[in-house]
Write a protein that binds this ligand. Structure first.
Ligand code: ADP
Ligand code: MG
Length: 698
């Protein structure tokens, strides 16, 4: 048997399984071995029936004493009840809709039963237990022992027809028979970082004897991915270091004068970041830098200054924003701050008029600074000489879009990506590990901290009263809702608790209706959501900025970057539905002017986790601290658009493990610095090639 062996060739794997496995994209032995459990149930001890504890999973071992099969007309399911007895007592095991159980278990059968002990009304029973017929008492978890009911039992992501039990049944003999699998991770690395060798890890991830063993095996597979990712980062870095780039001439006197003309003084870290960028773009190799700074920390002006440097060299700069609204805002900011370059700057979005002329003037170099949305990376857009590409809110774009922006130029442009989403350190070192990083760590001095409160449902009227006061003082307010349309329950359709809660979520349309007719009929209120046309959104945003509305009810479309200094209230409905990073972004919409600002978080959830999460928004000192917390609460997914990493789940969850991330990085550095082409590691080299291909396809 080999890894590439088709499962259909394996004894005991019937056509029924093959068909179901196909749905899970499992075809070969390898596919199945790498289909990892997502959790383990601990049935490691066989418990005397007399000592069972309610609500705990447990394994009992005993004789079948009685079997009854009933049909519930009401629920339309069959119910099988089996009385199991051992020396200490008896307990009923109950199965719903599994009629075949009665065909296998007979009175007198001696078996293990593993399941949860539940109490229903006055009776305690084992609910839907997994069972395994054993001829005698047996020890837990050994390779030859029971595979379903004793020890640490692997639970797999299931689909209709493929149960964890089925997977375990097929896996166990395969694991025993499979030949030695070659390990691509160098042995010296495994030793140094105390990780199990592949052949051990693959057995232990499926059939561990303890949680510690399972954990260790999992760690190894996570490490693999992180290690490859780090190798990839190192390779990109070293390759870029050898590329030719635009070495731009910087007239520092001119740059100084330009900054002195600004209506404000740059903060120390703005200056520092600018310096780092300037020194990069002077070098004859492409910059690859992330400019990271809180919302409102003033990233745009730094990028604009760099763009003007490109312009002064008679080259072009492109500025990519994730939404129409933001692109327009950047356009306004740049033209307002630097009016002398009015004629050199253009805005290119899907909504742009006279597109033909626009594209022509970009191509012939008449426009030097091109600000826009995805429209900028469409096929028809050609630059004369693009020296700098800036991407705002990088996490909103996929790798592919960034590649599209940088591709097809004679010389690779300098690349600056900007993000206000504070990224946890582990992510910075991995997913963004190929970038150099500049941090803006402070807000401009004129900013006041924003007062943040979690508002209990009963205090809603009070909160409305407060908003009323603020608006009467001349301020404006944002109201954020988690969805656009009100939820609708389909007649007669069964829904889960979670779905029910989702249906109760506040929608933009309902809130808009309620606020404009009942709560604030005397104020002007606008509505903004993602289903509206770009032009429409842009107009509403502009009108709000021009104080034509008092309130703006919106979905998360206003999440990033929108600047309305007169708005002092950010009210968020269904706050528990958003990640901390996202809430943090919302809050950053206010507190941008001279007035004290407020962030009001509304939630109907009384869950302690929710409360704790929301509280950390009040207590955290800065975005980075929040990011670390968010990573623990919600995992790395929310920091990365799904398609951004191409990493498997196992590596995604490993991003929460700072220690492992560090090990993977040093391991990659050790290997790469001695042998960048991996000549001495043929297995690693071929695995890495495959990894590169996968990650670049994303
Ligand atoms: P972000 O980093 O969130 O993109 P922006 O670049 O939109 O922030 O800046 C927010 C606002 O602060 C803009 O109106 C900008 O002109 C202004 N600003 C930028 N730098 C400073 C500064 N050093 N002092 C005062 N205001 C500044
Ligand atoms: Mg911004």
């Amino acid at each position: 048997m080999e890894l590439s062996t088709d499962l259909s060739k394996i004894n005991g794997v019937g056509p029924k399984f093959i068909k179901q496995f196909e749905k899970l994209k499992i075809k070969t032995v390898r596919d199945l071995l790498w289909y990892f459990p997502f959790r383990y149930d601990d049935f490691s001890k066989i418990v005397p029936i007399g000592e069972l504890v309610i609500n705990q999973p447990a394994t009992v071992q005993g004789y079948v004493n009685k079997i009854s099969v009933r049909w519930s007309w009401q629920k339309r399911i069959s119910i099988i009840e089996v009385l199991i007895v051992d020396d200490s007592g008896g307990i009923k095991a109950v199965w719903f809709n599994q009629p075949y159980v009665a065909k296998i278990l007979k009175v007198g059968t001696y078996a293990n039963f593993a399941g949860k002990v539940v109490q229903y009304k006055n009776e305690v029973h084992l609910s839907n237990p997994t069972y395994e017929i054993t001829s005698s008492r047996s020890s837990a978890g050994t390779m030859s022992g029971p595979k379903h009911t004793a020890g640490i039992i692997p639970i797999y992501p299931e689909t209709r027809g493929v149960t964890s039990k089925g997977i375990r049944f097929i896996l166990k003999p395969i694991l025993k028979e499979i030949d030695h699998i070659e390990d691509f991770v160098p042995l010296e690395i495994l030793k140094k970082y105390n990780l199990p060798e592949l052949n051990i890890a693959i057995k232990k991830i499926h059939f561990p004897l303890s949680h510690a063993e399972a954990e260790n095996a999992r760690k190894r597979f996570s490490f693999e991915e992180l290690f490859l990712l780090q190798l990839n980062n190192l390779k990109i870095k070293s390759r870029l270091a050898q590329e030719k780039g635009f070495s731009l001439n910087i007239d520092s006197d001119y740059l100084r004068k330009l900054t002195e003309k600004l209506p404000f003084a740059l903060t120390a870290s703005q200056k520092q970041s600018l310096q780092e960028i300037i020194s990069d773009i002077q070098r004859p190799r492409p910059m690859n830098r992330l400019l990271q700074g809180d919302v409102g920390s003033g990233k745009t002006v730094i990028a604009a200054l760099a763009a003007i440097m490109a312009l002064k060299n008679d080259k072009q700069a492109a500025f990519l924003a994730p939404t129409e609204v933001l692109a327009q805002q950047h356009f306004q900011t740049v033209t307002k701050l630097f009016p002398e370059f009015d004629h050199d700057v253009c805005l290119l979005t899907a909504a742009s008029a006279k597109k033909k002329e626009l594209l022509r003037d970009i191509e012939n170099g008449a426009f030097k600074i091109i600000i826009g949305t995805h429209a900028v990376i469409q096929k028809g857009v050609k630059f004369k000489e693009l020296a700098l590409a800036v991407v705002d809110e990088q996490h909103r774009f996929g790798v592919e879009q960034r590649a599209a922006l940088l591709r097809g130029h004679k010389i690779i442009p300098h690349f600056l990506s900007m993000s206000a989403t504070p990224i946890p350190r582990t992510l910075m070192m991995t997913v963004f590990g190929d970038l150099d990083i500049s941090l803006i760590t402070e807000l401009p001095a004129n900013r006041k901290p924003i007062t943040t409160k979690v508002v209990a449902p009963e205090n809603r009227p009070k909160a409305y009263g407060f908003i009323e006061e603020q608006i009467k003082k001349g301020r404006q307010a944002f109201v954020i809702c988690p969805r656009i349309e009100p939820g609708q329950k389909e007649e007669g359709k069964f829904i889960t608790e979670a779905q029910k809660r989702a249906l109760e979520l506040k929608s933009v349309k309902e809130e808009f209706e309620k606020l404009s007719t009942k709560i604030f009929p005397h104020f002007k209120i606008a509505m903004l959501h993602g289903k509206m046309k770009a032009v429409e959104k842009g107009k509403i945003m502009k009108d709000f900025k021009d104080k034509k509305y008092h309130l703006l009810v919106s979905t998360s479309v206003i999440e990033v970057g929108v600047d309305v200094p007169n708005a002092t209230i950010m009210m968020i409905e269904g706050a528990e539905r958003f990640g901390l990073a996202q809430l943090y972004q919302f809050r950053g919409r206010v507190g941008r002017g001279e007035h004290q600002s407020f962030c009001l978080l509304f939630t109907d959830s009384s869950s302690i986790t929710v409360q704790r999460r929301l509280d950390s928004l009040i207590t955290a000192k800065n975005g980075f601290e929040l990011a670390e917390k968010d990573l623990q609460f919600r995992g790395p997914g929310q920091f990365l658009g799904g398609s951004q990493t191409g990493l498997p789940d196992i590596a995604m969850s490993a991003l929460q493990n700072a220690e492992l991330v560090k090990s993977a990085r040093s391991a990659a550095e050790e290997i790469f610095s001695n042998d960048p082409d991996l000549k001495n590691y043929p297995l690693l080299s071929s695995r890495f090639k495959k990894f590169e291909k996968e990650i670049h396809l994303e």
